[in-house]
Design a protein around this ligand. Structure first.
Ligand SMILES: *Cc1c(COP(=O)(O)O)cnc(C)c1O
Length: 247
């Protein structure tokens, strides 16, 4: 099998990122591309890595573990972008340099406890539920400042910014509202001047809406389908499967 079409898709996505940056008067260097690789097979990922991509985001600990072991020597940065249960924290920490989905104090505390044991720090983003959808994880917009203030006291956590999943709708206006809301929360956090809190990263935008996200200030877009093709499982498998187990 060859997956050269993945190279074409990547070129296409990169080009769209560049064009959107141009028209939004932004420097493309300030928009990172993260490959969202949930359910994507190793040979497809390999194809993308061979074109020079280095940033991968996984949603599940098990898959992260498996894929990490397949690409041990490559110069890859692994991020965790899925819902994280506290009992998986220890495993995830073995692989990642950033967690995008910190959305509650309890998770922050468990991360802090483990990181303290390992005597290291970790970059995190706070996930905000900007669409107010029940099915989505993330802290409520109006609770975000409070959560960040509390997380900022945990000195092993380098709070680097915010993450959101835009509303999945054909109405671009609604999606754009989500991204604008994240941007405005970013500014509110900056205004608070919490010690040690940086707000440089806005992780927002996926295959269907990364151009809108870039127009609204994304510094990191997470793209899967537009590069690797349709997934076998519906996204609900990743996003609300464990609502009952929310901790
Ligand atoms: C799957 C996923 C993406 C990528 O979604 P696509 O629509 O396939 O680009 C981005 N972010 C998160 C958190 C995801 O779970």
């Amino acid at each position: 099998m060859n997956f050269l079409w993945i190279e074409d898709n990547l070129k296409f996505v990169r080009e769209k990122i560049n064009l959107t940056c141009q028209s939004a008067r932004r420097n493309p260097k300030n928009v990172k591309l993260l490959l969202a690789t949930k359910t994507v097979s190793a040979d497809r990922i390999k194809q993308a890595l061979d074109t020079g991509e280095t940033l991968i985001g996984e949603n599940k600990v098990q898959e992260l573990q498996e894929k990490y072991s397949l690409f041990p020597n490559e110069n890859i940065e692994w991020h965790f972008i899925g819902h994280l249960q506290t009992n998986k924290v220890k495993q995830v920490l073995k692989y990642v340099t950033c967690i995008h989905s910190v959305d509650r104090l309890k998770l922050g505390r468990v991360l802090h406890r483990e990181l303290t044991k390992e005597n290291r720090k970790l970059d995190i983003l706070v996930q905000v539920n900007t669409s107010y959808e029940e099915s989505k994880f993330g802290v409520a917009p109006e609770e975000t400042l409070n959560l960040i203030e509390q997380l900022s006291e945990l000195d092993t956590l380098n709070i680097k910014g915010l993450m959101t999943i835009g509303k999945l709708t054909t109405d671009d206006k609604e999606t754009r509202e989500c991204f604008r809301l994240l941007k405005s929360i970013q500014q509110q956090v900056i205004d608070q001047n919490y010690p040690g809190v940086e707000m440089d990263i806005l992780s927002m935008g996926m295959s269907g809406d990364f151009e809108i996200a870039i127009e609204e200030g994304a510094t990191l877009v997470r793209v899967g389908t537009a590069i690797f093709g349709e997934r076998e499982y519906p996204d609900s498998y990743y996003w609300n499967e464990q609502l009952r187990m929310r901790d």
